[in-house]
Design a binder for this molecule. Structure first.
Ligand code: HAM
Length: 426
């Protein structure tokens, strides 16, 4: 026997059960974004590599992108993130779009990462962005939408946290260390990004390898240890104060270690995490005021975040927040009494659907017990039987699986009877 061809490493097969989980997340994401007036949009799945080279960061472009040449010899890539596509769309129409531009999106992305808990090669991301305003109200709104979605799912602020920092603040502090060129700054940001990922000794050695002096490395350590540093940054003081007004301040904390790997951020940056620290980032984002210009457009400032589907799915499961879902979307299983009654069952199913119910018909005249067993297994709450006696008397036998309630309904009232049974189910 030949073996089954394997899927590509780091991808998932969305069997209906997993698909239901994805749809559940999508519904929550849509609801949270629409509650703030955001419009859904989408970009192509493949883009030119050039688009990301503009500002996404070396790791994402050189190490993590699925790059290939198309048949015409052009270098294209499966999109590793959405923000550069967003900047391109805005750049193309920036003068026609009423501002602020509030857009959200949900779709697949690809990064050639080492598959591990919370990180895959193919994943989905929810992007929410607000462009065309410098107001920190927009930064706070973006953060608020992420929190709104987490709250709607059932999370509390003692379980999850959004760490916040400011690129401007870090730029100023890095300059005070005597690092003023873009390359040096990039190295220091990389050091900050790594501080939680290696031991103190290794981190000092790493800094030396990057060309920093030991007094610069010690200075950087002091900067990162200062929990009150945000008070020096007017943008963070204002950001936190707006969060206070919005009543969500308890979800946020200043954290100097959060600088984010993407190069295009220019202001407030944020990252959602589980407080226990057991998982990778839930979401990440920030302000990017030059990206639209960097892809060739006018100056249009923006702020946004993206949440992947993987970590949120893992944490929601861990906290028991995933809803129980039934396998079949049908409310009613129409059984088939015997082969001669198939036509009658099909006609009844059509009637029930016309009455607004979702209906499966069992396709074979198996023993009724077997048909019911199937209905129960796939989570259909109601089964109906149309036997010779029922047919002659203008009746339908209706059964609610959960508590075995059985009713003989008049054919004319059967839709109503079923709806009542569905409404009164425990
Ligand atoms: P990012 O931090 O690269 O930001 O990714 C955002 C989120 O996408 C992560 O926090 C994580 O939930 C998810 N994610 C990223 N890589 C993977 C992976 N390999 N497997 C599973 N999930 C993953 C961005 O992508 C920015 N473009 C976000 C943004 C939008 N900034 C402004 N607007």
């Amino acid at each position: 026997m030949s073996s089954i061809i394997r899927p590509v490493k780091g991808t998932r097969d969305f069997y209906p059960e997993l698909m239901r989980k994805r749809t559940w997340l999508y519904d929550h994401m849509r609801r949270a974004a629409e509650a703030y007036g955001y419009q859904e949009w989408e970009a192509p799945i493949i883009e030119t590599l050039e688009l990301y080279a503009a500002k996404s960061g070396e790791e994402l472009v050189k190490e993590q992108s699925f790059v290939f040449e198309d048949r015409g010899g052009n270098e294209v890539t499966l999109r590793p993130e959405l923000t550069p596509s967003l900047a391109r769309l805005i750049a193309q129409k920036s003068r026609q779009l009423p501002r602020p531009i509030r857009w959200w999106s949900f779709g697949p992305f690809w990064r050639y990462e080492r598959p591990q808990k919370g990180r895959l090669r193919e994943f989905f991301q929810w992007n929410v962005d607000c462009l065309g305003t410098d107001s920190l109200v927009a930064d706070a709104e973006i953060a608020g939408i992420a929190v709104q979605m987490l709250k709607n799912i059932g999370f509390k602020s003692d379980q999850l946290v959004v760490y916040v920092n400011s690129r401007q603040l870090m730029d100023r502090k890095i300059a005070e260390l005597g690092v003023t060129d873009a390359e040096g700054k990039g190295k220091v940001l990389r050091m900050i990004d790594r501080i939680d990922k290696m031991s103190r000794d290794k981190w000092h050695i790493y800094g030396g390898e990057l060309g920093l002096s030991s007094s610069q490395i010690n200075g950087l350590e002091d900067i990162l240890a200062n929990k009150d540093l945000w008070k020096e940054a007017p943008e963070l003081v204002e950001f936190f104060s707006i969060l206070d007004t919005l009543g969500i301040r308890d979800w946020f904390e200043y954290n100097a270690n959060i600088v984010r790997g993407l190069n295009y951020y220019t202001g407030v940056v944020m990252e959602g995490r589980d407080r226990a620290g057991d998982h990778r980032a839930l979401f990440g984002g920030g302000r990017y005021d030059n990206l639209v210009a960097d892809v060739g457009g006018d100056e249009v400032t923006g702020v946004g975040f993206a949440m992947g589907d993987v970590v949120i799915g893992l944490i929601a499961e861990e906290y028991g927040l995933l809803p129980e879902t039934q396998a079949s979307s049908a409310q009613v299983l129409v059984t088939v009494f015997d082969a001669d009654y198939m036509a009658a069952s099909l006609a009844l199913a059509t009637e029930l659907r016309a009455g607004g119910l979702t209906v499966e018909v069992y396709p074979d005249a198996l023993k009724l017990g077997k048909q019911f067993k199937y209905g129960d297994r796939v989570g259909i709450p109601i089964g109906v039987v149309l036997g010779p006696d029922d047919l002659a008397a203008g009746k339908v036998a209706v059964k609610r699986f959960a508590d075995r309630t059985q009713v003989s309904a008049d054919r004319a009232d059967v839709v109503e009877t079923i709806k009542n049974l569905l409404d009164t189910a425990a």
